[in-house]
Design a protein around this ligand. Sequence first.
Ligand SMILES: C[S@@+](CC[C@H](N)C(=O)[O-])C[C@H]1O[C@@H](n2cnc3c(N)ncnc32)[C@H](O)[C@@H]1O
Length: 252
Amino acid sequence: MSGSLFVVGLGPGSPGALTPDATAALQAADALYGYGPYLARVAERPGQTRHPSDNREEGARAAAALRHAADGARVALLSGGDPGVFAMAAAVCEQIESGDDAWRSLDVTIVPGVTAMLAVAARVGAPLGHDFCAISLSDNLKPWDVVERRLDGAASGGFVIALYNPISSARPWQLGAAFERLRRHLPASTPTVFGRAVGRADEKVVVTSLGAADPASADMATLIIVGSTFTRVIERPGLTPLVYTPRSVASS
Ligand SMILES: C[S@@+](CC[C@H](N)C(=O)[O-])C[C@H]1O[C@@H](n2cnc3c(N)ncnc32)[C@H](O)[C@@H]1O
C-alpha cells in the first residue's frame, strides 16, 4: 500500500484565508499531524486520527508523519501560514534527506498557504510593492552574527524587510538589537508596521516609524515590516493611512 504526505498551509488564521486546496487535503486525510493550536483550527472528522505535538518538535513531528505515510496512510501535516516559509515543508525535506530511504519514494505534496508577511502587508496597503526579503530573527537555528549580516545586507541593499519570529521569552533582546542595527542604515522616519495575530480575533496592526519602533510592542505572534528608503505613508482623512512601496526606483 502506498501512502502520501500533504504538507498543508493553514494561512494566518482566518477561515477565509484557507485555500480550497488546503481544505480538500485536510478533508481527505486519514491522519492529521501538527502543533496543537493548529490542529484546533481544523474541524474534527469521524475516522480521522489527530496527532498533536509541541511547537519545538518540528523534526520529530515531520519524521512521525513520514513514518505514518510510509505505512500506507494519507497524512496531512499542518503548518501555520505557508508551509515553505520558516516551517514544516523544510523540516520534511530535512527528514527525507537524512532519514529512511523509503521516504524518498513517498508521494509528497506541499499545499501553499498565505504567509504572515502577505497577510500583514495587505492590512496596510502595499509595503511589499517593490523588492523585499524575509528574515527570521530566531537565533535557535543560526548564530546571531549571521542575522546581523543579513540585516545589514538587506537594509543597505534597499530591500523592504519582513521580520518573522521577532521575539520570545527565550529571545528577549534580539528585536531591540535588530532595530538598532537597521537604524545604522535607514532613517528614523522609515515606515514600520507591527502586525499581530492577523486574521485572528485578537489581531492588532500598528503603523509607526523605525525611530519609534518599540520591541515591547511585539510578541511571538507578531510580524514586523520595516520599509526601505522608498516606502511611503499616505495619510487619509478619517481613514487609516496607507503604507506602500512604489513599484519603480529611479536609477542612481
Ligand atoms: C515559525 S514562523 C512560521 C511562519 C509561517 N509558516 C508563515 O508562513 O506565516 C512564526 C512567525 O510567523 C509570524 N506569524 C505567523 N502567523 C502570524 C499572524 N497571524 N500574524 C502575524 N504574524 C504571524 C510571526 O512572526 C511568528 O513569530
